[in-house]
Design a protein around this ligand. Structure first.
Ligand SMILES: Cc1cc2nc3c(=O)[nH]c(=O)nc-3n(C[C@H](O)[C@H](O)[C@H](O)COP(=O)(O)OP(=O)(O)OC[C@H]3O[C@@H](n4cnc5c(N)ncnc54)[C@H](O)[C@@H]3O)c2cc1C
Length: 478
């Protein structure tokens, strides 16, 4: 026995919150929509967990960052869901699904049926054990994906003021956590296998800017190696980190950010998967017409690049959520999802945004010894990506628009000379974006990991590959 709904959203993260708001804007009736989440709280802005949540003073706490405050929209508290007749089933996992019968079985034993299912299960943090290193369960080893992880991280930080932390991984989780640890007066060493931080998005020149800034704040970098084991005390607490290059670091705490894996397990064998996610079309509809997927778990066609990608950005989660509700409730008025990848981060007093794709030739602009600089990526004669540190709202909007318009670039030197003003000028002109050639192979074939374009959306997947490569090498030696 169980309940039945017209719409069920499986997962209660960023995408679920934005979809709920859109359902209400589009007039969903009371009792039609249900959200099921294994987290005990209503949807919230996940990026806050590595930023405001970790501040030593005036830290962000719920209910202040429930969705959809990150997009300057309404803050959806549990009361809001109640008032709008949306059933919020919290602290309840879904353990199996049957897309033919349109049912979900929850961990409480209830069968919930739907007419339309939106999968918004996001992703999980990869564990060290998946690379052959044990110790994830130690009380001073932290991951960061859910609010429970963030609470734990705060507790561990507060238990070792002035202590030593090792951050494993040089992606955005590692970088943002390292900055927060420093702000909490903890000494930080970052360890990662690549040559520089944010390896799949940043060029070495861009990465150097951030690494130098981090060093000026006391962060130590150990690159080109990986964790091989931990030493423990008699209580099972980690006391030292042993690296493959022979280095041993004494620690009071460890933060691990080595990548994520989309939560597709409930649908394997039932839906078509691609690039690690649930493959959907431009309406965000999966291979089963009653099932849609959004956010980190969805692999969707990025029209501007003419290929399917799975992105791990909060903006993509928000926009795909809004689009899926239109696809479902107003199919005749809704076109295909047309999204330009967008990724951002804020650490210390720094703040950057990236739009588009980081393929082709790189043209730098601005003053890398100052506080504002950027880069363009030019591929096949067109601007395809843009990065900016320290911009104003208008400047970020300009690089976003310029990337979307893909203007033709004939002279890279001239682009360098014009710098940011190129994007500002282009963004003010009505330019028609050139048609993009869609290669059938991109849509139909799953490429191996190493061949993926390294956009922000696949940074984490690619850094997993780097870890896997190093650990693979290690395993082969044993
Ligand atoms: C600490 C942190 C900082 C970040 N910072 C940035 C940033 O600065 N910029 C940026 O662009 N992106 C950032 N991101 C990425 C961004 O938060 C994600 O892209 C976004 O949260 C994806 O939204 P989602 O709804 O797809 O998944 P999620 O927000 O992860 O939500 C998925 C939800 O589904 C639940 N769930 C999964 N499986 C089940 C199940 N079987 N049953 C019930 N519930 C289930 C999960 O518990 C979770 O609540 C950050 C992510 C993290 C973790």
């Amino acid at each position: 026995m169980g309940r039945a709904f017209v719409y069920v959203i499986l997962g209660g993260g960023v995408a679920a919150g934005y979809a709920a708001l859109e359902f209400v804007k589009k007039g969903v009736s009371h009792g039609e929509l249900c959200i099921i989440s294994d987290e005990p709280v209503a949807p919230y802005e996940r990026p806050a967990l590595s930023k405001g949540f970790l501040l030593p003073e005036a830290a962000a706490r719920l209910p202040s960052f429930h969705t959809c405050v990150g997009a300057n929209e309404e803050r959806l508290t549990p009361k809001w869901y109640k008032e709008h007749g949306i059933e919020l089933v919290l602290g309840t996992g879904v353990k199996s699904t049957d897309v033919k019968r349109k049912t979900l079985l929850t961990t409480t034993g209830e069968t919930i049926s739907y007419k339309i299912l939106i999968v918004a299960t996001g992703a999980r943090a990869l564990k060290l054990e998946e690379f052959g290193v044990s110790g994830s369960d130690a009380e001073n080893v932290c991951y960061l994906r859910h609010i429970a992880d963030a609470n734990r991280l705060v507790d561990v930080m507060q238990s070792c003021p002035g202590g030593n932390a090792v951050v494993i991984g040089g992606g955005y989780i590692g970088m943002e956590c390292a900055a927060s640890l420093v702000i909490n007066k903890i000494n930080v060493t970052m360890v990662f296998p690549e040559e520089h931080c944010m390896a799949r998005l940043f060029t070495s020149k861009i990465a150097n800017y951030y690494e130098e800034y981090y060093k000026s704040r006391g962060v130590n970098f150990i690159k080109g190696t990986v964790l091989s084991s931990f030493d423990f005390d008699s209580n099972g607490k980690v006391t030292a980190v042993n690296l493959r290059d022979g280095t041993t670091l004494s620690v009071d705490m460890v933060v691990v950010g080595i990548g994520i894996r989309p939560n597709t397990g409930l649908f394997e064998g039932q839906l078509t998967l691609e690039k690690g996610g649930i493959k959907v079309n431009g309406m965000l509809q999966s291979s089963n017409s009653s099932v849609y997927a959004i956010g980190d778990v969805a692999a969707f066609p990025v029209k501007a690049f003419g290929e399917t990608r799975r992105l791990e950005h909060v903006d993509s989660a928000r926009k795909s959520a809004i689009h899926v509700v239109s696809s479902i409730m107003e199919p005749n008025k809704t076109g295909e999802f047309d999204y330009i990848p967008f990724f951002y981060s804020r650490v210390f007093t720094l703040s950057w945004q990236f739009y588009g794709d980081n393929v082709g030739e790189v043209v730098y602009y601005g003053d890398m010894s100052g506080s504002a600089f950027g880069a363009y990526w030019v591929s096949k004669g067109h601007l395809v990506g843009a990065f900016l540190e320290g911009g104003t709202k208008e400047e970020y909007e300009a690089i976003a628009k310029a990337t979307r318009l893909r203007p033709a670039i004939e002279d890279l030197t001239e682009l360098e000379r014009q710098g940011l003003s190129f994007a500002v000028t282009v963004s003010q002109k009505p330019v028609v974006p050139p048609p993009v050639e869609v290669r059938a192979s991109d849509l139909l074939l799953e490429k191996p990991l190493y061949a993926w374009h390294a956009t922000a959306g696949v940074i984490i997947a690619a850094s997993i590959a780097a870890f896997a490569y190093f650990y693979g090498k290690k395993r082969r030696r044993w």
